[in-house]
Design a protein around this ligand. Structure first.
Ligand code: AMP
Length: 384
């Protein structure tokens, strides 16, 4: 009997647990919150991520350790790695936690990306804004997610407000300025690398964000073979350089047909949730297989899939459940403004059938604006 320890007890841990049950796995989830939603499906140990005594207890209960949350202090991950195997390795985690080191690595690997600069003072910010031109985006280097810790600078007059909002974080999280990418679309590669170096990628996913938060994902993304090859090649080089083990996502912007890297997420990813029903093996099970040194599962798609995120509160389930290819995921969380509380995946054999199912769900739930761009793309492959 193998017990997997997961640091972080949110929906990603919850879905990992559900995917690991058929493999006969046991789990212990570690989270600072007593109501962490993975605690509904696995034993939960409540503790702070920097509480060594709690971490030691956790390590004693498990055989191998992984993450649902990438902002576990790198020191804690390193400390645990001296006691139990930790995947992905703490060095890879440390790189992916920091936008500056991650982007520096992209650059070293020849992965195209927008201009970026480490920002340490208001003067440096003003100088770099002048250099990059506007718009551009000031972000925290660490601890930002879902568009939080970001300030869009639309003109030179925004330098002071941006500094007023984020300048206070410069010591704690660091700051990075990025050139703004007027992208046509956003894509992600969700890929997995095994302990023995085997690498597999799911088909590219097309993503739509609203206010910096993922709203919908469609797979397969309609990209050219060259774009597909480039994206997967970038992901593979990244994984090999980091000696990465497990699932990760590489988020990309597509501008004038060219792919530019945005960021890497060192964990299973929201844009890969469709794999639970839309791929031969889900990202969750493939992550566990990688971490445990088991053979990886096939990443091929079954038809066409679209995932819709539910933020704030769960909508009425029956509109999705009544669809032949409708799948419902309620994370068991308390409703809260903007919080990811669940998702649905619609899977169909053809783009036309998927468009129809999405339209019906969008109408029934009053979410035409969420499904609209996906439906338009599916109905007219050349749009968007
Ligand atoms: P992030 O937290 O970096 O993934 O940003 C969240 C979302 O904000 C992205 O998915 C984009 O929609 C948008 N965004 C972030 N950085 C940029 C950028 N440099 N140019 C244009 N849009 C961006």
């Amino acid at each position: 009997m193998t017990t997997v320890g997961i640091l972080g007890g949110g929906q990603l841990a919850r879905m990992m647990v559900l995917a690991g049950a058929p493999l006969g796995l046991r789990f212990v989830v570690f989270d600072p919150a007593a109501d962490a939603c993975a605690g509904q499906v696995a034993p939960l140990q409540v503790g702070a991520f920097d509480d060594q005594q709690a971490l030691a207890e956790f390590a004693d209960r498990v055989d191998v350790i992984t993450f649902d949350f990438e902002n576990v202090p790198a020191g804690s991950a390193q400390w645990l790695a001296q006691r139990r195997p930790v995947f992905p390795n703490p060095d890879a985690l440390a790189v992916a936690q920091d936008r500056l080191s991650e982007k520096t690595l992209f650059q070293e690997l020849g992965i195209p990306l927008p201009p970026f600069a480490d920002i340490r003072s208001r003067e440096e910010l003003a100088a770099r804004v002048a250099e990059f031109g506007t718009p551009c985006i000031l972000k925290t280097r660490r601890l930002g997610y879902d568009g939080k810790g970001q300030f869009r600078i639309r003109g030179a007059a925004d330098v002071d407000p941006a500094w007023a909002e984020l300048g206070g974080q410069v010591e704690r999280t660091g700051l990075i300025l990025e050139g703004f990418v007027a992208f046509e679309r956003e894509l992600s590669v969700v890929a997995v690398r095994a302990r023995d170096g085997e690498f597999r990628a799911f088909p590219l996913t097309r993503n739509w964000h609203v206010d910096g938060v993922l709203s919908a994902s469609l797979a397969p993304a309609q990209v050219t073979p060259a774009q597909h090859e480039a994206a997967i090649g970038h992901a593979r080089r990244l994984a090999e350089r980091l000696d990465y083990v497990g699932v990760f996502a590489l988020e990309l912007f597509c501008r004038d047909g060219e792919l530019l890297a945005n960021e890497m997420a060192p964990r299973v990813h929201n844009s890969g949730h469709w794999t639970s029903e839309g791929a031969e093996t889900s990202q969750f099970q493939n992550h566990l297989r990688a971490v445990l040194g088991l053979p990886l599962g096939d990443t091929r798609m079954i038809g066409h899939a679209c995932m819709l995120n539910w933020l704030g509160a769960m909508p009425e389930a029956s509109a999705v459940l009544s669809q032949a290819g409708g799948h419902w995921h309620d994370y068991g969380k308390q409703p809260r403004d903007g919080r990811k509380v669940g998702h649905a995946t619609l899977r169909e054999d053809s783009p036309q059938a998927l468009a129809q199912a999405l339209e019906q769900v969008g109408q029934a739930l009053g979410r035409q604006s969420q499904v609209g761009p996906v439906v338009a793309l599916l109905r007219d492959g050349s749009a968007g």
